[in-house]
Design a protein around this ligand. Structure first.
Ligand SMILES: Nc1ncnc2c1ncn2[C@@H]1O[C@H](COP(=O)(O)OP(=O)(O)OP(=O)(O)O)[C@@H](O)[C@H]1O
Length: 170
């Protein structure tokens, strides 16, 4: 079974995937699979432009976890969408040295449910598990993902509304 972990940068994909790796799961980091698919560097947005279509087409499926903010563009069996309250997300991103514009762009995308919406365009409802990491530890989040993988936690999404954070000047 291939399980994707997606989410806005800073929601905790990498940290949670490391915990799942520690627990013995196979983990593929999407960042390590895109190198040959980089089309250009978008300097203004401080990000890489990837040939996502070709990358997704050529991706070799894994029996395990695929972690990265493009995971929902792969044909996973189940997909976990990590969430984080936008003000806390901004605080998590600030030690990275990102520009204020890049932090704002990510916080806004999180407030607007961008990754969840993209995920629901690709996946049936019963394959999606939305997990709010704002006030849970990495271990608690990993526990829930393991339970979801085993079918012990039902799919769920849609209980988050962070639109008020759009007006806070983040
Ligand atoms: N419950 C939690 N789950 C995951 N990470 C958390 C949690 N609480 C706090 N963090 C912290 O949030 C920060 C951002 O996490 P991380 O780098 O894993 O995000 P990411 O989604 O992988 O970002 P990117 O897409 O840029 O790689 C880390 O410092 C991590 O320790």
């Amino acid at each position: 079974m291939m399980v994707g972990i997606t989410g806005t940068p800073g929601t905790g994909k990498s940290a949670i995937a490391s915990e799942l790796l520690r627990r013995g799961h196979r983990v593929v980091r999407i960042g390590e699979t895109i190198r040959e698919y980089v089309l250009e560097e978008d300097r203004e947005r401080d990000t890489l432009v990837i040939d996502v279509e070709r990358w997704a087409e050529e991706f070799t499926p894994v029996d395990g976890i695929v972690e990265g903010h493009l995971a929902h563009l792969l044909p996973c069996d189940r997909i976990v969408v990590l969430r984080c309250r936008p003000d806390i997300l901004a605080a998590r991103l600030s030690p990275r040295g990102y520009s204020p514009a890049k932090i704002r762009e990510n916080a806004e995308a999180e407030a607007l449910d961008v990754i969840l919406i993209e995920t629901l365009e690709e996946y049936p409802e019963d394959a999606v598990y939305e997990l709010d990491t704002t006030e849970q530890s990495v271990e608690e989040c990993a526990d829930k993902i393991e339970q979801f993988m085993k079918g012990k936690l039902p799919p769920s999404y849609g209980n988050i509304d962070w639109t008020i954070y759009l007006d806070t000047g983040l």
